[in-house]
Design a protein around this ligand. Sequence first.
Ligand code: BV8
Length: 257
Amino acid sequence: MPQASVAPNPVQPQAIPSASARIVILTGAGISQESGLETFRDPDGIWAKVRLEDVATPEAFARDPDRVHAFYNMRRARHRTSTVAPNAAHAALARLEREWPGDVLIITQNVDSLHERAGSTKLIHMHGVHSKARCNGCGHIVAWEGDMSTATVCESCSQAGGMRPHVVWFGEMPLDLDRIQEALVACDLFISIGTSGNVYPAAGFVGLVRKLGVAHTVEINLEPSRGATMFAEAHYGPASVTVPAYVAAILPARDNG
Ligand code: BV8
C-alpha cells in the first residue's frame, strides 16, 4: 500500500521555541476575516464605509449617540448570526494553549468572542468586547447581547442615556495595559496575527519586545503590515492556513519528546 503522501507544511518556522517558552500572541481583525467579520482597513473594510471619527470616539458618542448605537447595534447583530463562527486559526491558537508546555497568552484587539468560542481562555481584550455594556454614569459593566439606545436604563444606577458599548474608542485608554506590559517584557516568542499595525499602543508592542532583545518575533498576516520590518520572521497568507500550519510546525518537536 503506497504511503499516503503527506503534504509538506506550507510554513517552515525559522526558529522553534524551547518547551518552556512563554508565548504572547497579538491578534487583530484579520484573524476573524474568514469567520465572516469585516476588517477595518481592507478596501472593503469598516472604515471604508464609515468614518471612525463619527462612530468610534467619545466625542462622536457625545455628539450623536444614536448614530454610535446604530453602528454597534449593527455589528453586535452581525456577531450573533449563526454563520459567524471561529475559524481554523482561532482553533489552532486554542490548541496551542492546550498543548504548549509553557505559558500562552492572547492579547486581542478584536471585540468579537471568537477566541473564547474556539476554547482559548488565557485572553486579554485590550479594546473591550461587544458582549458587554458600560454605564457612563456609574461605571457598571453588564453582559449585553441585544440592541442599545439612549433609552437603555442602567440596572445599577437606573439612569438612562449613559449606557454605551464596553469597547475602547480612539482617544480612550486600552484595557489591562499593566498586565500586557508584564507579559510582553517576560515573553520569549511574540507572534502578531491579522493586524495592519496601524493602531497604537498595540502596533508598538513588537518594538517594545525588540528593544528588550530577548524574544523572537513572528508576523503572520495576509500581507506585510506597517510594522513588517520589525519582525524577525514572517509568514503570509490566509490565517486559516498559516496559523494552523505554524502551530503544527512548532508543536511536533514536542510530540517527539
Ligand atoms: C490611546 C474599537 C492613549 C472597538 C478600536 C490622535 C488622537 C487620539 C489618539 C491618537 C491620535 N493619533 C494616534 C492616536 C492613538 C490612536 C491610534 O493609534 N490611532 C490610529 C488610527 C493612528 N490610538 C488610540 O486612541 C488608543 N488609545 O492611544 O490611548 C494612551 C494609550 C496608551 C498609553 C498612553 C496613552 C485606542 C485604540 C483603540 C481604538 N478602538 N476599536 C471596535 O469598534 O472594534 S481600534 C480598531 O483598530 C479595532 O480594535 C481593530 O482591532 C484595531 C486595529 O485594526 P486591525 O485589527 O489591525 O484591523 P485592520 O483592518 O487595520 O487590519 C487587518 C489586517 O488583517 C490587515 O493587515 C489585513 O491584511 C489582514 N488580513 C485580512 N484578512 C486576513 C488577514 N490576515 C490573515 N488572514 C486573513 N484572512
